[in-house]
Design a protein around this ligand. Structure first.
Ligand SMILES: [Fe+2]
Length: 179
């Protein structure tokens, strides 16, 4: 392949997609969410491994199972809409995971580790809550009511995961970290 052909191929690969309709943006958001959930299924085992409290460990384990379900739900939605869920990388989730991983490398006491991991996980949850909130609204506006219900189910689970982390932080772990 000569230089011109290589340049042309790169240009074609990097050409941004045209999004003219809300449906296109919705599709883009679903793919982005799929990438986010996929990255999380790979990152959460590390959180499980590093949690220094049995309840926190269990919360991460449960959310890992839920996250696998969220990924599957997005696959089902995409197949209903006849779109390929892969092909996007959620850069925000990439950054949030990087930040959480670099926190795990810090030299901390066990209690501070737990409190910090909750903080990192809640950043992730809040990002997902915001993204699913938008996706539910778009699905409704586009008349995909059945899909909106499925996305709402995930949104509810993200809210309850966030609440569980709140309870762990407020109930015990932050107090311990103060000592
Ligand atoms: Fe999720």
């Amino acid at each position: 392949m000569n230089f011109f052909l290589i340049f042309k191929t790169i240009t074609i690969i990097q050409k941004p997609k045209t999004m003219k309709k809300l449906e296109d943006l919705f599709e883009h958001q679903l793919k982005d969410l799929y990438s986010a959930e996929d990255q999380l299924t790979k990152a959460l085992p590390k959180m499980v491994e590093n949690a220094k409290d049995s309840k926190l460990k269990k919360a991460f384990e449960d959310h890992l199972e839920e996250t696998k379900g969220h990924k599957q739900r997005l696959e089902d939605i995409c197949s209903e809409l006849d779109i390929d869920p892969s092909g996007e990388t959620c850069k925000a989730m990439e950054g949030l995971i990087k930040e959480a991983e670099s926190f795990l490398d810090e030299d901390t006491s066990d209690d501070v580790k737990n409190a910090g991991m909750i903080a990192e996980a809640q950043r992730v949850e809040h990002y997902e809550i915001s993204a699913y909130g938008t996706a539910v609204r778009f699905a409704k506006e586009l008349g995909h009511n059945n899909i909106a219900d499925k996305l709402q189910q995930t949104l509810d689970e993200e809210y309850s995961a966030d609440q569980k982390l709140d309870n762990l932080a407020e109930g015990r772990l932050n107090e311990k970290a103060k000592a």
